[in-house]
Ligand binder design. Sequence first.
Ligand code: THU
Length: 133
Amino acid sequence: MKERYEDLIAAAKEAMEKAYAPYSNFKVGTALRTSSGRIFTGCNVENASYGATVCAERTAVVKAISEGEHDFEAIAVVSSSGRITPPCGLCRQVLAEFSEDMAVVLAAENGDAKVYPLYALFPEAKLPLDTEK
Ligand code: THU
């Protein structure tokens, strides 16, 4: 399973080097593969306001959408923590907007990796909003 994502994990590690994280010192890199086979990378971009920080996952999503790609097959996430780094709730929601079936590949420096379908990390993303039914 993991082998299928080795190229994405490698691209995410390379992107992590570009992280702008002077406040947390927690660098994150991502690589997002579209259904058409293109790869978009991302890193976290922090800000002195803290609140304006953009996570690495959303950086990659915004790059892909702005290039006309809306269908995602997988995203790999790596960080400088040495452990696997699950995406925050906000990023799960943003990913689910486009591809609930995508694979979320969480990889650690030592080679450990876990692969989840996004719907397992963010279930029932498209519940009907009409609460009377
Ligand atoms: N961060 C990400 O970019 N992605 C994650 O999945 C977890 C957290 C960033 C946000 C912030 O710049 C730093 O890591 C610490 O939370």
